[in-house]
Each structure stands twice: as structure tokens, then as C-alpha cells.
Design a protein around this ligand. Structure first.
Ligand SMILES: Nc1nc2c(c(=O)[nH]1)N[C@H]1C(S)=C(S)[C@@H](COP(=O)(O)O)O[C@H]1N2
Ligand SMILES: [Mo]
Length: 331
């Protein structure tokens, strides 16, 4: 088929589910008025136009330009862009806060596929275009709290994870969603042999009701721009009522499973980092208090300590998810 001749990295037809490449070309043809015009006409379209019609970059640009404002954003002052993209945790690029920005220059998103598997009616190896296509982006300003007791206020761009999950049609056996980050030592220097600090891939998971909660966002951008590598390009999660480590970056796998997945930080130190990881000032980390946080921007002279709120201030929205649960044992 024509779509497969576009470039060598295009998936083979057997990897394509009905929603994938074929439909992208069809939609695009319809948009430019070529639908039904047949093969001859298609061949005469300049190659460049074909490229622009289907690349995720073009799709991303249009969607970012047409994003809608989410009405429930926090009115707190956003952390400056500079801090958001230079003070990061992304161990694939190194453990220092500036390692992600310093070690990610030239990071290539292409090729990018998201493998969807497990308890779903529509598993597949989806292209980034497939993932993004039907979704409208929203601008949402969320509080963001790392388990290390620093925090930011970030204007994310994205769409509800629930909208994506529904497209895959999870079965009744799908009780949890498990996510994986890309493993590629050529793109993530800290994954190179001998330099690893944590086991790869980075793994995270959510209970199905948490994954479907309207606050859970699949993030594609920050401050109105596409995600930079250090922030988890091209797709990362944002679960604003949980500690930052739950918000996995650069996702390449979404798995629907029956049992609670074991996350990277549980594997490393289960007594310190639980599966739930809900922001909670009443439950201290074994080595430090979680009662307060350093809100960025700050400095050593002015650490800007503020009190931490239960569920990071989203208790009204997410409290019911944990009704009757002991949050001290389910930390
Ligand atoms: N793949 C991957 N995802 C990750 C991490 C990581 O090291 N690798 N760090 C987590 C942690 S601890 C935090 S606090 C946030 C940081 O997100 P930010 O750098 O965009 O602020 O990403 C989370 N997602
Ligand atoms: Mo974190």
C-alpha cells in the first residue's frame, strides 16, 4: 500500500490496527479534497505535501495552536519556563537535576511507536500520529509535587488519558494500567552499559479508576510548546495528586493488566516509595517530612517553603477514589 512507501520506518501492515496509518492517509485525503480521486491523482501530489499531511510534528503544531483553556487551572503563579525545562528528574539522562537538559541535545523522537497490549480489544503498535489524531489539546495549569519535597506550578498541554484508554477498549479484566519508558542507550546515555543507576525500562502504573480520572493527563507539551526531551518528549503522564515519580516520561508501552504492576521505585525501595504515592502531608517519607515543600523558583537563601496539601490540593476531586483506605499503609 502507498502509505508504506513513505519511509522505511513506517510499520509493516501486520502491525497496523484499523485505526492507524491507513486512516491517517484517508482523513488527510478527505481534508485536501482528494478522496476518491484515485491512485493517479495521489501519485501526482508533491512528496512534501504528503509528508506534511501525516507527520506527528505537523499534527502537534496544529493541535498546540488550537488548544483550549481548561477552566479549572490553579491561579497560582506558574514556575518560569526556564526552571521547568532545566530543573528535571529524568534518570535516563543522568541523576543530576541539570543532566536531562545537558544530556538530551539532539534527542530524536523519530521513530516513535506506542505498543498497546494486554487486556484490550484493540492492541497494536501505534504510531505517534495514531495516538494524537482524534484528541483536542487542553492547557491545564497543575501543581506538581516531587517526593523529594520540591514543587512547581506547570502549564501543561495534553488530553485526558481516559480518552485515549477508551479507544483501546479495555476488557473487564483490565484492573490496572502499566506504562514503560523507551529503552535505547543510543538516545538515553545513562542506559549505556556500566552507567546504569536504576533498572530499565522505567515502569509506572495506575489503578484503572485513577487512570480514567479526568485529572489524569497525557501530556504532549508545556507552556504551549511541544515537550522538550528533558520533560519526557513526546508523551508523558501527569497525575497531579501523586508524587512526581508516578508521572512517567517518554512512554512507549501501555499495558492493561489484572494485577498491580510493580513500579521502578517500588523495585528499588518499596519501604520508601509505594504504589499509590499520593501526596500526603500526614504520611512522612521514612527519611524526611512531607509536611512542606520548596516551591520553585527558589534559592538556598530563599527556599520558599510552603505547606503541602493533601492530594496536592486535589482532595475534593480524587478523595473518593481512596474512601475507606488506610493511606498510611497504602502510601
Ligand atoms: N522515565 C522516567 N520518568 C520519570 C522520571 C525518570 O527518571 N524517568 N522521573 C520522575 C520524577 S522523580 C519526577 S519528579 C518527574 C519530573 O518531571 P519534570 O522533570 O518534568 O519536572 O518525572 C518523573 N518521571
Ligand atoms: Mo520526583
Amino acid at each position: 500500500m502507498l502509505i508504506r512507501s513513505r519511509d522505511k520506518t513506517e510499520p509493516k501492515s501486520f502491525e497496523i490496527t484499523p485505526e492507524t496509518g491507513y486512516w491517517s492517509r484517508r482523513d488527510w485525503l478527505r481534508a485536501v479534497g482528494l478522496m476518491g480521486a484515485g491512485l493517479a491523482t495521489l501519485k501526482s501530489v508533491p512528496a512534501m505535501a504528503l509528508e506534511q499531511g501525516v507527520t506527528w510534528q505537523a499534527m502537534m503544531k496544529t493541535k498546540l495552536a488550537n488548544s483550549s483553556k481548561w477552566p479549572s487551572s490553579t491561579s497560582e503563579t506558574p514556575t518560569p519556563y526556564k526552571d521547568v525545562v532545566t530543573y528535571n528528574n529524568f534518570y535516563e539522562f543522568g541523576t543530576g537535576k541539570n543532566d536531562p537538559v545537558n544530556n538530551s541535545e539532539g534527542f530524536k523522537v523519530d521513530p516513535w511507536r506506542v505498543k498497546v497490549e494486554g487486556e484490550v480489544a484493540k492492541p497494536g503498535h501505534y504510531t505517534l500520529e495514531d495516538i494524537l489524531r482524534p484528541h483536542t489539546f487542553e492547557d491545564r495549569v497543575y501543581r506538581f509535587r516531587c517526593v523529594e519535597a520540591w514543587s512547581m506550578v506547570v502549564p501543561w498541554v495534553g488530553f485526558p488519558l481516559a480518552d485515549l484508554i477508551k479507544r483501546f477498549e479495555p476488557t473487564s479484566k483490565a484492573k490496572y494500567v502499566r506504562f514503560e519508558t523507551l529503552v535505547d542507550p543510543d538516545r538515553f546515555p545513562a542506559q549505556k552499559f556500566g552507567r546504569s543507576t536504576i533498572p530499565w525500562p522505567y515502569v509506572e502504573g495506575l489503578r484503572m479508576d485513577e487512570a480514567l480520572h479526568p485529572l489524569t493527563l497525557m501530556v504532549t507539551g508545556v507552556y504551549g510548546k511541544a515537550l522538550l526531551p528533558q520533560s519526557g518528549a513526546p508523551l508523558r503522564l501527569m497525575v497531579p495528586w501523586k508524587y512526581g515519580f508516578k508521572s512517567i516520561k517518554s512512554i512507549v508501552k501501555i499495558q492493561f493488566v489484572e494485577k498491580a504492576p510493580r513500579s521502578t521505585w517500588q523495585q528499588l525501595a518499596a519501604q520508601e516509595y509505594g504504589f499509590y504515592a499520593n501526596v500526603n502531608p500526614e504520611v512522612d517519607h521514612p527519611r524526611w517530612s512531607q509536611k512542606r515543600e520548596r516551591r520553585l523558583p527558589n534559592s538556598i537563601w530563599d527556599p520558599n517553603w510552603i505547606p503541602t496539601q493533601k492530594f496536592n490540593g486535589y482532595e475534593e476531586q480524587v478523595g473518593p477514589l481512596y474512601a475507606g483506605m488506610n493511606l498510611k499503609t497504602h502510601y
